[in-house]
Write a protein that binds this ligand. Structure first.
Ligand code: MN
Length: 724
């Protein structure tokens, strides 16, 4: 069992000047929070954070990371009283609070065994969602200790955890170049994930133990003598290869356990790169190399920066064995990978640029590091470098969805299903209602609310990022636009025909051909669409149908004409005046949905008439980059019974009956509620209530907002677009 003193000693030795007081405080705090808690093994829970911190100290990581190891389970995996993020920040500063928070977030990823095709996404996600790569190092140390103590976990859970380790954490450790941790995790995962093959291999190795040991001793002696003779200083070590790498070889070569001979590996650590190649030549002069097994990862490093020379040779007794040759520094990197950054952080010259030449990625990092001393910024750079173009988010069921950076809940909805996109009326990120244009961040859990019959808004096009969402929205809008144009065109024409006492049926029966010819349209629907869009006027049609009837004087295009148009669901009417335009479609923009009394601005859309926004609409700036599309509009006289949808968002203390109080108030005011919903944020102890109400004008809204504000417990009330 690890004692705190062991950790303290290790940090003190390897990082002189480290803040040991910080570690002590973290230890005491963790002990306090975890007191009385036990692990599956029956040991005090505290043994776990201590072991994790020890693994991190062993990697020579800084004291902030080691302290995070001590604290990593205090927020979530503690019984009462667990710590809060705020408390941690107060006690240990923002850096450590952020690190612990990062580790806590990664726990979300541990839901059941990942599907095969999800595994790669999850690994990416882990790297992408943390602001600081040290979070991943703590997570790996956490997993390593949990794997070391897996025997105490109930059998039915062992396999799942082992599979998850193999799919997620082993490749992650490999990606970060943490060879030592990767090897141990891999062996443990195999032991619990595939116990039968593991037992066969260990039995086989045990049965051949004497031969293996003799081989190690003999080859080791020869290597030592020969290298010395040629003036090469080197550290030589021989060992039995990891079970997992033996297994990999068995699978590649399709051989049985009994046929496995290639189980011994030697490692030679030299001072210089030149000596690496020197040693390789000497080895090949003693034992014949196995063809095709020489690998030069010094000239051609692996993507995770691994550098080494590999060769396999045949011993006198006919057993093949493997030799890896590298410098001490390369070895350091092979074993500790990205963690080596902290190891060398305070020892300037150790990892010189020459030694890593050819390693493009690390060289960039080192060059960058000269300019940026701050390690957080350094890691942000590394992170961005890894996956610059993507964000990875979750469905509520834990499926990972990969989207382009900057994607919004609408993009997410269209990725799930086209209908989910069309019918999207709201979105929650991590349980909280958000505007639909909110940018998604990696790790967000995104929940889409749909309403059948809802249709996509043109305003979405301003902020969606994915091509799929864009094209689906466009296609749908085009269809709707046409339907509406046809409908509007027909009603406009019918009105005109009535004045000339001609029925629509007569027109269909007798004038179809003439109209198609005159207006060059394939069908009458196309003619209605052209009428609805204002490209053709009803009186033009009348001239064809009844040339003898005197057409009514058409309104001059320059005077103010009143336009009304049925809204989406066909109940309410917009009353907006458009200056200087003939019969034109006018609609209230869905993004801000103005109501009488609002200052409004018209925007001339392509082939869809005028869309009316409030002057303060956030989309307007973008839309009006083209000044020519702006048009002055004003409200028609407010008389009449027109009703307009308005959204009201209320933030309130979490107490019972709030929604009812608000509903009662609106009823008193004789305001019809079209939709009302509430969400509780238990963390903040508050609720968010969304009401969509029918109002006549802005004054009325302002009055009720003022009244809602006076309800006890209400913290914030504001008007929002009713689509939210
Ligand atoms: Mn843990």
């Amino acid at each position: 069992m690890i004692r705190f003193e062991d950790i303290q000693e290790q940090v003190e030795q390897r990082r002189p000047g480290a803040d040991l007081e910080l570690l002590r405080r973290a230890y005491i705090f963790s002990a306090m929070v975890h007191r009385g808690q036990t692990r599956y093994s029956g040991e005090p829970y505290l043994t776990h954070p201590l072991a994790v911190a020890h693994i991190l100290a062993d990697l020579d990581l800084d004291e902030q990371t080691v302290a995070t190891g001590l604290l990593h389970d205090t927020v979530e995996d503690a019984e009462d009283p667990h710590a809060t993020a705020i408390e941690l920040e107060g006690k240990f500063g923002r850096e450590i609070a952020n690190l612990v928070d990062g580790v806590t977030k990664l726990k979300r990823l541990e839901f059941g065994s990942a599907e095969e095709r999800q595994a790669e996404n999850l690994r990416k996600l882990m790297l992408a969602m943390v602001d600081d790569i040290r979070v991943v190092l703590v997570k790996l140390a956490d997993r390593l200790h949990n794997m070391r103590t897996l025997e105490h976990v109930p059998a039915h859970k062992q396999r799942r955890i082992a599979v998850e380790t193999m799919e997620i954490y082993v490749p992650l450790a490999n990606r970060l170049g943490l060879g030592q941790i990767k090897g141990e995790l891999e062996n443990l995962a195999l032991r619990y994930g595939d116990p039968e093959i593991f037992r066969q291999l260990t039995d086989h190795l045990e049965a051949n133990k004497e031969v293996i040991e003799a081989l190690i001793a003999q080859v080791g002696g020869t290597l030592d003598d020969q290298l010395k003779e040629h003036g090469i200083t080197a550290k030589i070590s021989g060992r039995v290869k990891g079970i997992s790498s033996i297994l990999r070889k068995m699978r590649v070569q399709e051989i049985e356990v009994q046929e496995v001979y290639d189980v011994v590996a030697f490692r030679i650590l030299t001072d210089t790169v030149k000596d690496c190649y020197g040693a390789l030549g000497i080895i090949h002069s003693i034992w014949p190399p196995v063809p095709g097994r020489i690998k030069d990862y010094i000239a051609m490093p692996k993507p995770n920066l691994y550098q080494s020379l590999h060769t396999s040779v045949m011993s006198e007794r006919g057993f093949p064995f493997e030799i890896q040759i590298r410098t001490e520094e390369m070895h350091e990197l092979a074993e500790h990978g990205i963690a080596a950054h902290w190891r060398y952080k305070d020892r300037d010259q150790k990892l010189s640029r020459e030694e890593v030449s050819g390693v493009q990625w690390l060289r960039q990092v080192l060059e960058f590091q000269q300019d940026v001393r701050d390690s957080q910024e350094f890691m942000r750079y590394v992170k961005i470098d890894l996956f610059p173009e993507e964000v990875h988010v979750f469905t509520p069921k834990g499926k990972v969805v990969t989207l382009s950076r900057g994607a919004t809940p609408i993009d997410f909805a269209y990725t799930i299903h086209t209908e989910v996109g069309h019918q999207c009326v709201g979105a929650k990120i991590n349980g909280r209602l958000v505007p639909l244009k909110t940018e998604l961040k990696s790790g967000d859990i995104v929940e889409i609310r749909t309403q059948s019959g809802h249709e996509p808004s043109r305003d979405w096009l301003v902020f969606v990022k994915t091509a799929r969402a864009r094209s689906k929205i466009r296609a749908h809008l085009k269809r709707i636009e046409r339907e509406r144009s046809v409908e509007l065109g027909r009603s406009l024409l019918e009105k005109e025909l009535r004045r000339a006492s001609i029925s629509f049926k007569t027109l269909e029966d007798e004038h179809k051909a003439a109209l198609r010819e005159e207006f060059k349209v394939p069908t009458l629907d196309d003619l209605m669409a052209a009428l609805g869009a204002g490209r053709i006027t009803p009186s033009q049609v009348l001239k064809v149908v009844a040339p003898d009837k005197e057409a009514k004087e058409e309104e001059a295009p320059s005077i103010l004409s009143r336009v009304t148009r049925a809204l989406g669901r066909g109940k309410r009417a917009d009353k907006v005046l458009v200056r200087g335009m003939g019969d034109t479609m006018v609609s209230l923009a869905g993004c801000c949905r103005p109501i009488p009394g609002d200052e409004i601005v018209g925007y001339i859309t392509r082939g869809r008439g005028v869309s009316v926004h409030t002057e303060s609409c956030p989309n307007l700036e973008q839309l009006l980059l083209d000044e020519n599309r702006k048009i002055e509009v004003e409200w028609a006289s407010a008389g009449g019974a027109s009703r307009f949808d308005v959204g009201i968002r209320i933030v309130t203390a979490n107490r019972p009956g709030q929604l009812r109080r608000i509903a009662e108030l609106l009823e008193q005011e004789k305001i019809n509620i079209r939709h009302a919903g509430a969400d509780v944020d238990s963390e903040r102890e508050e609720g968010v209530i969304m009401v969509i109400a029918e109002v006549e004008n802005r004054k009325q809204v302002e009055r009720i907002i003022e009244k809602i504000r006076r309800i006890g417990g209400v913290r914030q009330v504001r008007r929002v677009a009713p689509s939210l």
